[in-house]
Write a protein that binds this ligand. Structure first.
Ligand SMILES: *Cc1c(COP(=O)(O)O)cnc(C)c1O
Length: 397
């Protein structure tokens, strides 16, 4: 990745940067100055790769889906991030950042979580590495996501209930940044997606880039060429998508189609379609497209999928969309549900609701028979069973 690499100041085109409180400036600058050297060290890479292999279970399969291929008239492969330990791609990044925190001499980890997936991944790796860990979570989300809250507690994490605003993910990020700025020396803030101040977006993309590294090898083995014609993934903040596209960004042969959450429709207020509806603004320490009202206040995002209802989007995507390197399609709740039930019935794979948004892109495309298409299944659907059961009567005929 060269053409779309982050600038030394932390920008992708005009998006990105590091807009942090004064108390964090030195710490963030130091991270930006050192993270690349640290993660390139042999010792770091060895430990990271070994944990990805033996603890997470990588490489994840690149599975040729015969029946989806028949359905859509092309060759469709699924990149199975749902088979990772803890059930999604998030653990790739979590392991990388906890190792980095140890190298930086930090004594404890804090993280934000919305649906609880990143909180569980963080609590898991902190248990493994014997690091104290506090998870910031909005009170509304704590009530909505009881199972994940119990898992985090069982793993030894402390849950901090955030009572401000709508008491959801956005407020949890603000609270975590605030806590971080009160103990910069000892605390490491572990961000869960390709968002936040520089260097987080680039760092998270690099930790997740193992996904496209594997796709290259696996496609070469199975198709005799390492490049697909299409890469498809969902984007909330953009970490599984970053992993999926990372090593292909400079390869013009590869088309990239990403799904953002349309909610009830990108033209309604009940949406998380940031590329379609967002305006430039600063959110959580970086410049990006943000869902906001006329007064410039951040609007709450809505999606049936808790992992995609974020009012911003990683700065890389705001830039790639503007440069037309990616196409971003808003997928509504209803389309995602339909795709989730379809995959479950024809392949016996229950995808996460987020991943179902990526699958729904297939319905919008016109493929040629020889096209090789890779869809990243970012996670498994266990956590979404209540939602699936509620809607099953409409989709199972
Ligand atoms: C968190 C999550 C996402 C969205 O986050 P990204 O950073 O955009 O990848 C997607 N899928 C699953 C399964 C998740 O848990």
């Amino acid at each position: 990745m060269k053409k779309f690499d982050v600038s030394p100041e932390g920008y992708y085109g005009e998006f990105g940067g590091a807009y942090v409180p004064e108390a964090l400036r030195e710490c963030v600058n130091e991270m930006a100055a050192t993270y690349r050297q640290i993660i390139a060290k042999e010792e770091f890479k060895k430990e990271f790769e070994q944990l990805l292999r033996d603890y997470v279970g990588r490489p994840t399969p690149l599975y040729f889906s015969r029946r989806l291929s028949e359905q859509y008239g092309c060759k469709i492969y699924l990149k199975r991030e749902d088979l990772n330990h803890t059930g999604a791609h998030k653990i790739n990044n979590t392991i990388g950042q906890v190792l980095l925190a140890k190298h930086l001499g930090k004594k404890r980890i804090i993280a934000e979580t919305g649906a609880g997936q990143h909180g569980v991944a963080t609590a898991t790796v902190c248990a493994l590495m014997n690091m104290p860990c506090t998870i910031y979570m909005g009170q509304t989300d704590i009530e909505r996501q009881r199972a994940n809250v119990e898992k985090m507690r069982m793993l030894g994490a402390e849950i901090f209930s955030v009572q401000s605003g709508s008491q959801t993910l956005s407020n949890a990020v603000d609270a975590a940044i605030d806590a971080w700025s009160r103990d910069v020396e000892g605390t490491y803030y572990l961000l869960g997606s390709a968002v936040g101040p520089h260097p987080y977006p680039d760092m998270v993309a690099r930790f997740q880039s193992v996904i496209s590294e594997e796709i290259q090898k696996q496609l070469a083995e199975q198709e005799g060429r390492s490049n697909p014609d299409y890469l498809i993934a969902c984007v909330g903040g953009g970490s599984n998508a970053a992993g999926t596209i990372y090593h292909y960004l400079d390869d013009e042969r590869v088309k990239m189609i990403l799904a953002e959450a349309g909610g009830l429709g990108a033209d309604t207020k009940q949406t998380a379609a940031t590329i379609a509806r967002g305006k430039e603004g600063i959110l959580h320490g970086y410049k990006t497209l943000v869902l906001q009202n006329e007064q410039g206040e951040v609007e709450e995002a809505y999606s049936i999928s808790a992992g995609l209802d974020y009012p911003g989007i990683g700065p890389l995507y705001a830039h790639l969309a503007r440069e037309k390197r990616i196409e971003v399609v808003a997928i509504n709740d209803d389309e995602a549900l339909r795709s989730a039930f379809n995959l479950t019935r024809i392949e016996g794979i229950i995808p996460a609701l987020e991943s179902a948004h990526a699958l729904a892109i297939l319905d919008k495309m016109q493929f040629r028979a020889e096209d090789v298409v890779v869809v990243t299944i970012s996670g498994r659907g266990d956590k979404d069973m209540d939602t699936y059961l509620k809607h099953a009567p409409r989709y199972i005929g």
